[in-house]
Unconditional design. Structure first.
Length: 115
């Protein structure tokens, strides 16, 4: 059974589901930080409940002050953006303000957070 690990290179951090600490660390592949950073992992038990599913719902991440990448343009979306026009597209996807404005075809499947 996989567990949730908070993996960090001292600059970026993410949640990775893995059986062991070493597996979590080796799955972490930051592409925008110097490789000299030491990657560390520690248990994040509150996300263990999502391990079976393999993903943490976007709404949970945003509530915990994570950002998620827009599924249209990969710009980061934070909770504050939801009040500015960004949308939660599905449990796994969010759209930034500008992509949400273009995505009229998907509008009926979207949930807007009213703040
Ligand atoms: Zn976008």
């Amino acid at each position: 059974m996989s567990k949730a690990w908070l993996v960090s290179d001292g600059y970026l951090q993410t949640i990775i589901f893995a059986k062991t600490k070493n597996q979590a660390i080796s799955a972490f592949e930051p592409n925008c930080t110097p490789s000299s950073h030491e990657v560390t992992a520690k248990r994040e038990k509150k996300y263990d409940q999502y391990a079976e599913k393999g993903c943490i719902p976007v709404t949970v991440l945003l509530d915990d002050d994570w950002f998620v990448c827009c599924s249209g343009c990969f710009e980061p979306v934070v909770k504050h953006d939801l009040g500015m026009g960004a949308l939660i597209k599905s449990e796994r996807e969010a759209l930034c303000e500008s992509c949400a404005g273009e995505g009229d075809a998907d509008a009926e499947e979207s949930m807007r957070i009213v703040s």
